[in-house]
Design a protein around this ligand. Sequence first.
Ligand code: FAD
Length: 303
Amino acid sequence: MAYAPVTAIVESVEKISPNFMRVVFSGPEMKIVGSTSPVFDQRIKLIFPNPGKDLPTFPTTGDWYPNWLAMPEDSRGVMRTYSIRSLNMGPTFTSLTVDFVLHTEPGLTGPAATWAMHAQEGDKLLILAPRLDAEAQGGIEFDHGAAQCIVLAGDETAAPAIARILEDLAASDNSHITGTALIEVPEKDDILPIAGPAGISIKWLPRQGRAHGERLLESLDLQAKLTASTPADGDTLLWETPAYSALGEPVAAASTAHGEYYWIAGESGVVTTIRRALIKEKGLDRSQVAFMGYWKRGIAMRG
Ligand SMILES: Cc1cc2nc3c(=O)[nH]c(=O)nc-3n(C[C@H](O)[C@H](O)[C@H](O)COP(=O)(O)OP(=O)(O)OC[C@H]3O[C@@H](n4cnc5c(N)ncnc54)[C@H](O)[C@@H]3O)c2cc1C
């Protein structure tokens, strides 16, 4: 199994900006978590206990997911998807950092953001993250293939993944790669340090009250009008990458990208608009682009 739930204990909590809470997890069970290759946009799952309840306990060996799903809803907690902002592996410990977006307005919040808002040292949750002993790791979408120029674009939920991709590129043989990273955040005080490659310009796009996605479209030089997600769309997130198509389009086994590679993530409706516009207005081939809905306005995720 590449992934299996382990108990993670909160080591520290820091409000690093008005809309981001940085939580560092460690603990004895975390020692099996790790990766010997770059983390990039590696996704992980977190299982939060329901308020006032203990962490769910269920058989975690083999195919654990049906065991977790079979539990009563009020005791199994909720599962959500996050990115690894950083992963530190020492000889006797592993610590993993997650940057949580604090979308805590009444009616627009959810269990994960609420948990992060109140997290304290010593709190526990379950983490499904890559294991050091796994034969194959899944959950990484960033794959620029032979492309030497990249465009990363996303909203605040994608900021941790973009930061990790940039820092991993800077520390790798690909530090010569060029391009642009566009990161839309709620306000200017959400701009955070990223140690990316010298050839990639990082442009933070504080919304300062403007519509979600507008500054991304503008900065990508796209003319399209934003189409908002509606609850009628259900909770399926847009997920179209060179290697996977939720729409059932033909895909390639490995990235064949060359020239320019685009990686776009954020609110699903915004990413859908950008996808249509990039394909229509710029004529991009699907082998050059990964489009990922990270959340959907008005819809609670299921994990
Ligand atoms: C691969 C992947 C990686 C991700 N990485 C990160 C990460 O590193 N950090 C991070 O913060 N998020 C990340 N996300 C997004 C995160 O999973 C969602 O925002 C999730 O909905 C949060 O769960 P929740 O319980 O707080 O809200 P939910 O219960 O899922 O939703 C409740 C309500 O909150 C709204 N909502 C959800 N997210 C937001 C938001 N960001 N802003 C405004 N309203 C929102 C929903 O539309 C809904 O109305 C990632 C998602 C994916 C798929």
